[in-house]
Write a new protein. Structure first.
Length: 281
């Protein structure tokens, strides 16, 4: 059974456990920023990151524990935010932090619940989650799937932490995660590419390069915000911009043709799904 929540409405100030963040790169760092923004006490956080950036390193002075020599007891939650290619080296080493009540949340693309659980102590509660880059500004969306060991209180806790960086959707079918990765996980890159190619097309049509870039950026950002705020579905918003026989209609005739964006995006998403499955082995 699927369900969803939206970020921004909860607080983490009352959290009395401990959370271990393994990997503080772009996504791990975004989640860390979101947690602190919702009032999580830095002293409740351990960060395991061999090459911490200046921002993360500076947080150590506020009470956050960075790369401690030894675990200080059982962690309430562990979030694994490392590249999937190094999972085999990282995940088994988490055992000293894990107790009967620990939940492990993996945001590694392609790494299955079973594969993660096999590298952990028997019976460990595991959640696979796929956030996306807009999490860095609190506008992400995360899809999560639990294993059978996850309890209701643990699910509520994970939901609170994931919601710190945006909306959360829960699914029960792990098989959907490859498609989720291809759509929302990789999707921001597709949108950024759209801004790039729209700017290049504008330049090819005679616009100065800097003006074309500004127009493309503002158009993509504004359209995205309108899509967020409007109750109308995307096809209705598109139709509202399109006058019969007008300039937009002329462009859409190409973009919506047999070899247009629809077919191209289907192939692109399928390629991303295949790669996600390859990473899973």
């Amino acid at each position: 059974m699927a369900g969803s929540t939206t970020g921004g409405a909860n607080t983490l100030a009352s959290f009395s456990g401990s959370v271990v963040l393994v990997g503080a790169g772009k996504m791990g760092g975004a989640m860390l920023k979101g947690w602190l923004g919702l009032g999580l006490d830095p002293a409740r956080i351990v960060v395991l990151e061999p090459q911490p950036g200046p921002e993360v390193a500076a947080m150590a002075s506020s009470g956050l524990r960075l790369n401690p020599a030894d675990p200080a007891g059982e962690a309430t939650m562990i979030v694994v935010a490392v590249k999937p290619q190094i999972a085999g080296d990282v995940v088994p080493g988490l055992a000293p932090w894990i107790g009967p009540g620990t939940v492990v949340v993996s945001i590694m693309a392609g790494r299955s619940l079973l594969g993660i659980a096999r590298a952990l102590p028997d019976g460990t509660a595991v959640v696979r989650a796929m956030p996306n880059l807009p999490a860095s500004i609190g506008r992400g969306i995360t899809v999560a799937v639990p294993n059978a060991a996850l309890t209701a209180p643990q699910r509520g806790l994970v939901d609170r932490f994931l919601a710190a960086v945006g909306a959360v959707e829960w699914v029960e079918d792990e098989g959907l995660l490859d498609a989720v990765t291809a759509v929302s996980g990789s999707g921001p890159a597709y949108v950024f590419l759209m801004a790039e190619v729209l700017a290049r097309a504008g330049e090819a049509a005679g616009l100065p390069a800097d003006l074309a870039a500004r127009l493309a950026r503002a158009t993509v950002a504004g359209a995205g915000e309108l899509l967020e705020r409007s109750p109308l579905p995307p096809h209705t918003l598109r139709e509202n911009v399109t006058s019969p026989g007008g300039t937009t209609a002329a462009a859409l005739e190409l973009l919506m043709g047999a070899e247009g964006l629809g077919a191209l995006f289907e192939r692109a998403v399928a390629a991303a799904v295949r790669r996600s499955r390859e990473l899973a082995g």
